[in-house]
Write a protein that binds this ligand. Structure first.
Ligand code: BGC
Length: 775
């Protein structure tokens, strides 16, 4: 459906995602896959003219609002600035009528510009050439730039364009804003001010237009309109054959959640600043603004410069696509914000952060941009407040992280009701917010991973140790003593495999809780001997000495499920006793979750069916704890029973397949992971792109094919390139040292640009690299 072979004008390839035919069925997919953003805001790429089935979304990170007490807080869909009502000789322009030729809509990943162009002939035979351009500026975080060029190819036509700021939008019906205030200054600068209903976040959105006829700016006094939740202007221009109209629009977005207003905020001051900003970007104009934006992207690609030389050029494009979306969804500018499971590209998962960030996306930042990794972890530090509240509300001590997180202090925001239960006809209850508890140790795992890979003591002293200690306090209070077995258990949970609810002793959860407590004990001893003052501080804050006694008494008694006689580790206490059915009809279907057309969740819960990697994830995270033959036996056992109905599954399986040396399988699974958003399934991305899967694509390449791992604080590299790859090179930050790794089937080259040597294991052998070394 999408084409990936288009070249850029300078001949560069593997940068462009193109839709070559207009089809309303693909509206959602293109809107999400081609979404724009800069971490501050995300703009779904709906067409300028509207279509039934479209989703127009503009999200500003961190601006969560709760519609009412029956809903959880979500990122509100802000007023739309992209819609244009275009009329040709008085009739509404739409691609559903007339004849379209030379159609293409492309996202250029290199400079993050969306371009849509075609020739359109209307029912009266008038032929017009349209080119729409759009970007969300990476260097000016508050700016959206748009441009439309229309050329008359036959005779004279009257073109009218109505454009403005349209707040007649909602989140699938939930209206997060008050009506607000609207104004037009100097017949040119449009302003809309709205406040979210519950969180009271003020938004100031501005827009201004510039028209040029054959390159000459025209003064065109527009018709002005202010209506309910709407402010707009309308322009009309007569075009002779061969003449071109260029219509530029700049829009600015500011909110009281902006970091600039964290300490000192007043609406009049923001309003004044926003108007000044709008005037200044208007003065600069689309082309100059776009150049600055493109230069900012050039720097990004330079910094993340990962390349693949492969016989299949899709591999590199898919990797760039993943990096592009990680950049546009990550709030690198503000540690009070996390990454949504759909980034900022759709209403799916309400903008909430899950373990997706720590386990799937964070590794990319740890090794490519440690500063951003730290900011994302600080978001979780700020979340301790909500985590402590959640623990208390559930009768536990310490910090119990929310399964879904929004604004750091919000605490648990997982919705309670989900999809239809085909047996009862009622909504299925979502248990994750109550009992999917592994998120707490996943976050701690990420803290540890970051620390061991970067050596960032400052982070640990300010934030990391506290997170590790307080979560260990939670786990210790969560453990349940089983008198008969003489062990501590964790019962009544959901593990990563969400098709098994209310299970006892999910192996992943138990092992990770054990890891969390063990780590806390290790750092307890370290601080006690090496940093007595810091130790005292945490002891006073968290009563560490008492906590340590409890950890010590419980750690070795935590039940860690062991392999059975067939080397299979039970995923939970009852999984292996459940019925096995043939899953072929439900695997790799057009729509995930096809099993629910035949069974409800309770029935699926009683069969050996897994939604996603569970034990496999455990093998990936705590790989030293399990023997290779155990991993392989479990892979073979569980893969058959895994539907990969979550996008968090395939990449983990691909990495493990790389570890087993099965290059063909690893590549096959990598490709399937890459196709979650880019592949032919037309509705797979309707609710937004799959953020974790995109992080997973990077992980497949760097942690799978290049075999990069942090094991016991040491860097390892053990490449297993797919057979059709000639080269893989990527930057890697290790302990503050920027390395350049380049791998071919024949050799591994490592360049260390720091003055200090770096120590790492290459294919299991310890090496010391200063400057460049070849292996
Ligand atoms: C998966 C979770 C994931 C969530 C958000 C669910 O379908 O089962 O593991 O965190 O989606 O991506």
């Amino acid at each position: 459906m999408l084409n990936y072979n288009k070249k850029l004008p300078d001949g560069a390839s593997d940068w462009v995602v193109t839709e070559e035919n207009f089809q309303t069925l693909a509206l959602g997919k293109c809107e999400a896959v081609m979404a724009l953003g800069n971490g501050y805001m995300g703009l779904r790429s709906a067409a300028e003219e509207s279509y039934v089935g479209e989703k127009r979304n503009l999200f500003v990170n961190g601006t969560f609002n709760r519609f009412d007490e029956f809903e959880v807080s979500e990122l509100p869909n802000a007023a739309d600035v992209t819609g244009l009502d275009i009329r040709v000789d008085g009739k509404r322009f739409t691609l559903e009528q007339g004849e379209i030729t030379e159609y293409s809509r492309s996202l250029n990943l290199r400079d993050a510009e969306l371009v849509r162009s075609f020739i359109w002939t209307n029912a009266e035979g008038k032929k017009l050439e349209f080119t729409f351009r759009r970007f969300v500026s990476l260097d000016r975080l508050h700016l959206i730039g748009m441009k439309l060029d229309i050329k008359s190819l036959s005779g004279s036509v009257k073109v009218s364009i109505a454009s403005g700021i349209d707040a007649q939008v909602s989140n699938s019906g939930s209206q997060h804003f008050h009506e607000g205030e609207k104004r037009i200054y100097d017949k040119k600068y449009l302003e809309l001010i709205q406040t979210t209903t519950e969180s009271k976040v003020d938004f100031v959105i501005g827009a201004a237009h510039r028209l040029k006829l054959d390159g000459q700016e025209i003064e065109n006094s527009p018709a002005m309109e202010i209506d309910r939740r709407k402010v707009a202007v309308a322009y009309s221009v007569d075009l002779q054959e061969g003449q071109s109209l260029s219509f530029e629009k700049v829009a600015t977005v500011h909110t009281s959640r902006d970091l600039a207003y964290a300490q000192d905020y007043s609406l009049p001051a923001m309003r004044e600043h926003a108007l000044g900003d709008l005037k200044s970007v208007y003065a600069a104009g689309y082309d100059a603004l776009f150049q600055d934006h493109a230069s900012a992207w050039a720097k990004v690609w330079n910094e993340y410069g990962i390349t693949i030389e492969s016989k299949n050029s899709f591999d590199l494009l898919a990797l760039r696509f993943a990096l592009y979306h990680m950049v546009v969804m990550t709030p690198a500018h503000d540690r009070r914000m996390g990454i949504g499971a759909k980034g900022l590209s759709g209403e799916g998962y309400k903008g909430h952060s899950f373990w997706d960030t720590e386990i799937f996306i964070l590794p990319f930042y740890i090794y490519s941009n440690p500063k951003t990794a730290r900011s994302l972890l600080e978001y979780r530090y700020l979340g301790l407040e909500g985590a402590r509240r959640k623990a208390k509300e559930n009768g536990y001590a310490g910090a119990m992280y929310p399964w879904e997180a929004a604004w750091p202090s919000d605490g648990e925001v997982t919705p309670v009701w989900g999809a239809v239960d085909i047996v009862t006809g009622e909504q299925t209850k979502i248990w994750s917010g109550f009992i999917e508890q592994h998120i707490t140790s996943d976050i701690v795992y990420a803290v540890w991973h970051y620390y061991r890979a970067t050596g960032d003591e400052d982070f640990m002293e300010r934030y990391g140790y506290e997170m590790i200690f307080d979560t260990a306090i939670f786990w210790a209070s969560r453990l349940e003593w089983d008198e008969a077995e003489g062990r501590y258990e964790i019962n009544e949970v959901v593990g990563p495999d969400e098709y098994k609810e209310h299970v006892d002793n999910n192996a992943f959860t138990n092992y990770m809780a054990h890891f969390n407590i063990e780590l806390a004990m290790q750092y307890y001893s370290k601080l006690e001997t090496e940093r007595p003052e810091l130790f005292k501080h945490y002891d006073e804050l968290l009563n560490l000495k008492e906590a340590r006694k409890v950890w010590e008494s419980k750690l070795d008694l935590i039940y860690l499920p062991q392999p059975n006689e067939n080397r299979i580790i039970p995923q939970d206490d009852t999984y292996l006793q459940k019925e096995i059915i043939d899953l072929t009809p439900y695997k790799d279907q057009e729509k995930v979750g096809s099993i629910f057309n035949d069974y409800n969740l309770d029935q699926v819960g009683n069969m050996q069916i897994s939604k996603q990697a569970d034990i496999m994830m455990l093998f990936f995270l705590l790989e030293n704890k399990f023997a290779p033959e155990v991993k392989l036996a479990n892979y073979e056992y569980y893969e058959e029973k895994t539907l990969h109905d979550s996008s968090l599954s395939l990449s983990t399986h691909s990495i493990l397949a790389s570890d087993f040396g099965d290059k063909e399988l690893a590549y096959h699974l990598f490709k399937r992971a890459a196709e979650i958003d880019l592949g032919p399934k037309i509705h797979s991305s309707d609710a937004g792109i799959h953020a974790a899967s995109l992080g997973g694509i990077w992980e497949c390449v760097v942690m799978g094919f290049a075999g990069v791992r942090m094991l016991d604080g040491q860097l390892h590299l053990a490449p297993k390139l797919p057979d059709h790859w000639e080269k893989l090179s990527f930057p890697l930050h290790w302990q503050g040292k920027p390395l350049e790794i380049s791998i071919t089937p024949q050799q591994i080259s490592i360049t260390n640009t720091a003055s200090e040597p770096v120590q790492l294991f290459v294919n299991g052998e310890l090496q010391v690299v200063q400057d460049t070394a070849i292996f």
